[in-house]
Write a protein that binds this ligand. Structure first.
Ligand SMILES: [Zn+2]
Length: 1091
């Protein structure tokens, strides 16, 4: 081991580095002028280099016949010689010194660091709105199944995970089955759907279906054909609400012409086709224990923002069982659509719901796992679209993982000629292109331009005009496939090197003291064997590097020829560079001994550190510079604990201020406090440097600012507040393992093309855009979605429909440059009813949530909420006016496909971002806001409306999931145990009267009182119930992209307040309306629009 002095601060390294000139976007990594918008000439624009030959020594296969499985053709330069150009020795940037691995000098006197985890402000649960009126309270209380007083607001209750007393470390490595863990416990329950005369499946070819909700009377079943008096609307006498104050809000403001009163109300109609089931009181699972939902319903939605005049107490009430139930809709779809594969042959087919477990057969359109749309039938004109106000959007997950039963997209190799594309719009060959003139030319389905078929691609047509090789070529017969990209699709016309992973570990006092550093280093020793590899490759092509940091950075040389790792300290963080290249990024197997030695030494070296301050931006810069020097894309795994207050670029100050809540300045809490991080992110994207950020804060770290870098580079952010090894290691390690192992497309550009008449106008997600069309992603993994909104720019035709083609150019984890293509065809309509019949509410909510969550960056949250309500009211009013059968204005009529829009919208409105409770921190909100931005439809669905399963009804004999219940306290039986999950949180709620045998079976204690509240794991017990419940928990976790830590909550325990936050049909403590109240409020809004 060499013994040298620490590098003198700054001096040798202060020289400007070539290619590192401030924060210009230097996409090519070469010194030069500012780069033009797209370096991918062949990808988006004219193709200057299209005919270039590949580098010598790289023979290409002839055009394949199209069906080889992925990754059989490896023709990418391997990375082994890629770094031979750095032959200058160990040090690249001037005379750096190498120091022995030793404890870094203490750079400041000891300051007692915070020892106890800081607790958030005491939660007082002050509702933002007016307190509940007594009549409503009565209503709710009467509906509860729970005796005894509600748990008092627990002061000091934190939003984070509660302290636990049980270590739940799992030594099991997820290993190779991580990606085969597709929902297997999702078998549709078969025995619970109660056949019902009125319960008809939504038929997509049926006439407009409507849902009408007259209030049910005493709750008894009524004949389907008799509608009750129209009550809910009669109760609203309040002034117009929420039509004001959204001038500055981004949502569409155009008020559709809603002129004309809706005709004289005829006698109550029973002719709304298809939706009488509520009137039988059978919506939702049987509620045998809820006989008396008593109390008058006041009818005045107690909206925080609308103190209206007192309402006369009407005697009528809205029975929660009579309003649309998410559970019933989910169950119906599972029963009706879960058994048959979804075949994508036909245009404009609405897929099964995301909550239904189904298989997909690609027959020419992309699977809904890749693309889901708000509607599969688009209005032909923009006027119609404006009238309906239904956003036209696609939620695209280009690299979505598939269940094992479904094949990954085929890889097509067209050799040196590359993919066949339209001459004008550059769309890629796809099933919708029309071959003409005997197959010599093809007409583009997107822009109608006619292009010559390249000679090597020519094929004869059969008598129907179809190419005779139609079924042999994925790009002619399938909705999704990949092309091997030629060198023209690569930066600087050079094939990329395989990516590198750099682990950058905060070794400041907090990180060491919490046990994080030791835990992480120990884990990495084994985790490095599970780096992503392509196909059947024996070892990963990904190289690794290591950096530790506090106020200064320590780089490590782990070259395989060294006996011991060497440390290099860079203390001049103002002008970051990488002090070594050779030996910094290495192959794990070759350098295993040195790496293991390093990971053993790091925790010891910093064990006694007194350094509490950290830098952040220089760490990102260092990682990015290292990738730039190695000329490869890659990912930084940053493990960071605190607000970066040390003197350095990107230094931040604590600006958290809860007094800003509900003011016009609240938006600043979501905005980054400096533009520095956006510039940094832009530079990272140019290098293909994706940043995954693991945060371990004990207090405010400004997620809104630090999160900018992972957000714009397509990375992920994880947050473990008040991290303690004992209670949090399982969650952290699970997330880390999954994150390190997952497949990532690097240095990606996504372009969405559309057929004439519509175009992509807006994009939501974690990415960077430097122009209006190209979505740039330093990295994109199988969990991330990009949501694209479309607008009309011309009239569409019912005959030709509308087409979407999403092309993602990316570098695989083995360094192969590829294009993944997804195609989807949609119908177009001249009747609004067709639009409403082919909508998908889950996707609509996904879009609306993302739209709203972006809106809070520029508008007050109340404005954003009001705009959401207004838009949805217009959507529903337009349906009522144009599509529903005439009926009394007092009747609420919802389109069948949108009958859950009100309940789901209410969940978005009262989510932590839009209506936070006192216990929600500023960082929590920024964190959730960012997570939701790249969620897919399944994730937003369960995030906003959690899944709640009663456990003692679990059929232990098979794998069927128990029937879910609605997320409301009144659905809980105190004699049962429930599991609740929303994709991020997982609770086990134990009723106070649960049978002793159940308590014994699950917890191995004799009584309820002896259950340890706050448990984070169930004991492993050998009995059917215990095993079944633990399997269910494992199944939930396997379906989600983040590990959900279990929290056991006992009824009436103080932790129950945390749990109740997720009972989203109930009025929330922070002023969010109950489902019933909100539905009435929506009805009122709709009536105002119609009158
Ligand atoms: Zn074209």
């Amino acid at each position: 081991m060499n013994v040298n002095q620490p590098a003198p601060p700054g001096v040798p390294y202060g020289q400007p580095q070539p290619g590192y000139t401030g924060f210009q976007s230097n996409y090519g990594g070469q010194p030069g002028p500012m780069i033009p918008p797209s370096p991918y000439g062949a990808y988006n624009g004219p193709m200057p280099g299209y005919q270039q030959l590949p580098p010598p020594g790289m023979p290409r296969a002839p055009p394949s016949s199209g069906t080889p499985p992925a990754s059989t053709t490896a023709r990418v330069p391997s990375g082994q010689s890629a770094y031979g150009q750095f032959g200058q020795g160990d040090v690249q940037n001037g005379p750096s010194s190498t120091v022995q691995m030793q404890r870094p000098p203490v750079s400041q006197p000891f300051v007692p660091a915070p020892v106890a985890p800081l607790v958030n402000q005491p939660a007082t649960f002050q509702p933002y709105g007016p307190p509940p009126t007594s009549s409503q309270l009565t209503t709710q209380m009467a509906g509860m199944q729970i005796s005894g007083p509600p748990a008092p607001p627990a002061s000091g209750l934190t939003y984070g995970p509660p302290p636990t007393s049980m270590a739940s470390a799992s030594g099991n490595f997820p290993g190779s089955n991580l990606y085969s863990s597709y929902p297997q416990n999702l078998a549709p329950p078969t025995s619970l759907a109660q056949p019902h005369p009125g319960a008809q499946t939504p038929q997509h070819s049926a006439p407009p279906q409507a849902s009408s909700f007259p209030p049910s009377a005493a709750g008894g079943p009524r004949p389907p054909s008799i509608a009750g008096p129209s009550i809910p609307g009669q109760n609203f006498g309040g002034p117009p609400v929420s039509q004001s104050n959204h001038a500055s809000s981004p949502p569409p403001q155009a008020q559709p012409p809603m002129s004309g009163p809706p005709g004289p109300p005829p006698p109550m109609h029973s002719s709304q086709p298809g939706y009488q089931l509520q009137q039988n009181g059978s919506f939702g699972p049987a509620r045998g224990t809820q006989p008396n939902y008593g109390g008058a319903y006041s009818g005045a939605p107690n909206f925080a923002s609308q103190p209206g005049p007192p309402q006369p107490p009407p005697p009528k009430r809205l029975d929660p069982d009579s309003i649309p139930s998410p559970i019933q809709v989910i169950e119906d779809d599972r029963n009706n659509r879960g058994s048959e594969p979804f075949v994508t042959a036909a245009r404009g087919q609405v897929p099964p719901l995301v909550t239904t477990n189904f298989l997909v057969k690609d027959q020419g359109n992309a699977s809904p796992r890749y693309i889901r749309c708000t509607s599969y039938n688009i209005p032909c004109t923009s006027d119609m679209a404006k009238q309906a106000q239904v956003p036209l959007a696609a939620v695209i997950k280009p690299l979505a993982r598939l269940p094992p039963e479904e094949a990954s997209p085929y890889v097509v190799d067209h050799g040196e000629a590359g993919p066949v594309r339209c001459n004008r719009c550059k769309a890629y060959m796809c099933p919708f292109m029309q071959f003409i003139e005997g197959g010599r030319r093809f007409q583009c389905c997107f822009c109608s331009c006619v292009t010559e078929v390249p000679p090597q691609y020519f094929q004869h047509l059969d008598h129907t005009g179809k190419r005779v090789d139609f079924y042999d070529r994925p790009e002619l017969s399938l909705g999704s496939y990949e092309f091997l990209a030629t060198v023209d699709y690569c930066k600087n016309n050079k094939f990329p090197h395989p990516p590198a992973f750099i682990f950058m570990i905060d070794v400041s006092y907090n990180a060491v003291r919490s046990g994080l550093v030791k835990l992480l280093c120990e884990e990495l020793k084994s985790l490095l064997d599970f780096l992503p590899r392509e196909g059947g490759a024996e070892e990963s092509a990904v190289r690794v590097g290591f950096v530790t940091y506090n106020k200064v950075l320590h780089f490590y040389n782990v070259k395989s020829s060294l006996a011991q790792p060497q440390m290099m300290v860079v203390s001049d963080v103002a002008d970051m560079f990488v002090p070594l290249l050779d030996g910094f990024l290495v192959n794990v197997n070759e350098s295993r001994t040195v790496i293991t030695s390093l990971l053993d030494q790091i925790p010891e070296m910093f064990a006694d550190t007194r350094e509490t301050e950290t830098v952040f931006a220089p760490v990102v810069q260092a990682g990015m510079e290292a990738l730039k020097a190695a000329e490869c894309p890659g990912k930084l795994f940053l493990f960071h604990t605190s607000l970066p207050i040390a003197e350095a670029p990107g230094k931040l100050k604590n600006r958290d201020d809860r007094k800003l809540l509900n003011t016009d300045k609240e938006k600043t809490l979501f905005q980054p406090q400096t533009g520095f991080y956006q510039s940094l992110a832009k530079e990272c994207v140019a290098q293909g440097c994706c940043v995954d950020l693991f945060l371990f804060p004990n207090q405010y770290v400004d997620v809104a600012t630090l999160g900018v870098v992972p957000h714009h580079t397509g990375g992920s952010i994880y947050k473990y507040a008040c991290f303690q090894v004992e209670s949090d290691q399982e969650r952290f390690l699970s997330d880390l393992r999954r994150d390190v192992q997952k497949d990532v497309g690097f240095d990606a550009v996504m372009r969405v093309r559309t057929s004439t008449g519509i175009r992509a106008t807006d994009f939501f997600g974690a990415f960077y855009m430097s122009n209006t069309t190209d979505v740039e992603l330093a990295g994109l993994d199988g969990d991330k979605t990009v949501t694209v909104e479309f607008k009309h720019d011309d009239r569409l035709s019912e005959d030709s429909g509308a087409l979407i083609q999403c092309a993602l150019l990316y570098t695989s984890c083995a360094g192969q440059r590829r294009l993944r293509i997804h195609n989807l065809s949609l119908n177009c309509c001249t009747q609004l009813a067709d639009l409403y019949r082919n909508c998908e509410t889950d996707t609509l909510i996904n879009y609306l949530a993302k739209f709203a969550y972006r809106g809070v960056l520029s508008s007050p949250v109340k404005t954003v909420r009001d705009a959401l309500i207004s838009q949805c009211a217009q959507i529903l009013a337009c349906y009522r006016k144009n599509c529903a059968s005439p009926s009394s204005a007092g009747q609420l009529i919802l389109p069948e496909c949108m009958k859950l829009l009100p309940v789901y919208l209410n969940c978005v409105l009262k989510s932590d971002v839009l209506q936070p409770g006192a216990e929600v921190t500023t960082d929590d909100r920024a964190y959730v806001r960012q997570l939701v931005t790249s969620m897919d439809v399944a994730e937003t669905n369960v995030f906003f409306y959690p899944r709640l399963l009663p456990l003692t009804k679990v059929p232990v004999e098979n794998n069927a999931e128990p029937p879910a219940v609605r997320a409301s306290e009144e659905r809980l039986s105190k004699g049962d145990v429930y599991l609740l999950e929303n994709g991020l949180n997982l609770f086990l709620w134990v009723g106070a009267s649960v049978q002793q045998s159940v308590v014994q079976s699950l917890f191995s204690v004799p009584s309820f009182s002896q259950i340890n509240s706050g448990l984070s794991a169930l004991p492993v017990l050998e009995n059917p119930l215990s095993k079944r419940v633990r399997d269910l928990i494992d199944g939930f976790r396997a379906q989600r992209s983040r590990y959900m830590k279990l929290i056991v909550v006992k009824q009436e325990d103080k932790l129950e307040m945390l749990f109740k936050h997720f009972l989203v049909e109930d009025k929330s403590l922070n002023g969010g309306a109950s489902y019933v109240d909100f539905l009435c409020h929506m009805h009122k809004e709709i009536r105002q629009l119609l009158s």
